[in-house]
Design a protein around this ligand. Structure first.
Ligand code: NAD
Ligand code: TYD
Length: 359
């Protein structure tokens, strides 16, 4: 039976991936999810599949060499899908060290554990073994001119501690492919949105604040551009890379859905207005008066935009979800999971919010 080691499966994209995999393959696969359950990891995200026969949760830090080695010794892992990371730019500006530890060192520990378990005496690997390293378009830097895009061949130019740590991890994966012919792929994806996203990121933060009648803090002039992809489309692309991706290749994942931050916030306000029932007392307060321009993020990258041509041509992947539909689904999920939001924003989140937004 095909066995996956998923790292960071209790986080946003990882949990969507695990749901997608069990929904697609049912009992035909096994998934071992290793997650340290940092502030961003939430076992509640996986309640619906926690009792699946094929699911095992291991509470561990990917930097723990012994534990990672033991997982490979205990389970015959075919595919590693490596999501675990510190993932938020603002946190990386406040405290870069943990980013280097988890994103760089953690990736190295996993590469070594997989190589040790998989490499045969002649230096080759059994067919079917694959390490998919999930990375970001932020490693390519910041675009300024409209009509320019990130390609797989774009030179790396990371500019935040987060993107620098992801770039470091990507370079290690590249070096293992070159040096040891280690069977891997790297995927570089644009900004995701959807269910289970922690409300430190733009979209869930704005939804949550608007529903609470709180100000919507827009950094700088609000004209920075991100290329938004619905998370379900991203996890489908990862599944496709695991199934059909050519080993040693990098695939950019994105959907040509560039939007300015201010546009996103206005779409959220409009969509909330449409979706909330007329008798909901929050409805009247949800309007553009909530928007507040605040001090810009340090080193704020101006624009990201992915050219997804390669994955489309080679693997036939294209995103299925228009933004108007994806944002409605996302908002509907946050409506239905108000208690989830309540729980993740109590405690540490309040300190974080105070530190970044000063209120
Ligand atoms: P997330 O912050 O929601 O989740 C990260 C998960 O990793 C959490 O469950 C956390 O507990 C776990 N984790 C953190 N440190 C760990 C450690 N030392 N050991 C084990 N587990 C640890 O992140 P996400 O948004 O789901 O992103 C997943 C991956 O996708 C990351 O590698 C990120 O760089 C990449 N990515 C994210 C986006 C995006 O828009 N969110 C876009 C492109 C790429
Ligand atoms: P974010 O969701 O943090 O993703 P990333 O920085 O990795 O692209 O931010 C998306 C964009 O939204 C980015 O340009 C910063 C901006 N932003 C705000 O204007 N206000 C906020 O409160 C946050 C969290 C982000």
């Amino acid at each position: 039976m095909k066995t996956y080691l998923v790292t960071g499966g209790a986080g946003f994209i990882g949990s969507n991936y695990i749901h997608h995999m069990f929904a697609s393959y049912g009992d035909a696969i096994r998934i071992i999810n290793v997650d340290a359950l940092t502030y961003a990891g939430n076992p509640e995200n996986l309640t619906a599949i926690a009792d699946n026969q094929g699911y095992t949760f291991v509470h561990a830090d990917i930097c723990d060499k012994e534990k990672m080695t033991a997982i490979f010794a205990e389970h015959d892992i075919d595919i590693v899908v490596h999501f675990a990371a510190e993932s938020h730019v603002d946190r990386s500006i406040i405290d870069p060290e943990v980013f280097v530890r988890t994103n760089v060192l953690g990736t190295l520990v996993l590469l070594n554990a997989a190589r040790q378990a998989w490499e045969m005496t002649d230096g080759t690997y059994p067919p079917g073994k694959r390490f998919v390293h999930v990375s970001t378009d932020e490693v390519y830097g910041s675009l300024t001119e409209e009509g320019t895009y990130f390609y797989e061949t774009t030179p790396y130019d990371p500019r935040s501690p987060y993107s620098a740590s992801k770039a470091g991890a990507d370079m290690l994966v590249r070096s293992y492919m070159e040096t040891y012919q280690f069977p891997a792929n790297i995927t570089n994806c644009s900004n995701n949105y959807g269910p289970y996203q922690f409300p430190e990121k733009l979209i869930p933060l704005m939804i949550n604040n608007a529903l609470q009648g709180k100000k919507l803090p827009i950094y700088g002039d609000g004209l920075n551009v991100r290329d938004w992809l619905y998370v379900e489309d991203h996890v489908q692309a990862i599944d496709l890379v695991c199934e059909k991706g050519k080993l040693f290749e990098t695939y950019n994942i994105g959907g040509h859905n560039e939007k300015k931050n201010i546009e996103i916030v206005k779409i959220i306000l409009d969509t909330l207005g449409e979706m909330l029932p007329d008798d909901d007392e929050r409805k009247n307060g949800i309007n553009e008066s909530l928007i507040e321009y605040v001090t810009d993020r340090k080193g704020h990258d101006r624009r990201y935009a992915i050219a997804p041509d390669k994955i489309k041509i080679e693997l036939g992947w294209e995103p299925q979800t228009y933004f108007a539909e994806g944002i409605r689904r996302t908002i509907a999920w946050y409506f239905a999971n108000a208690d989830w939001m309540e729980r993740v924003t109590s405690g540490e989140y309040q300190n974080y919010y105070q530190q970044v937004y000063g209120k």
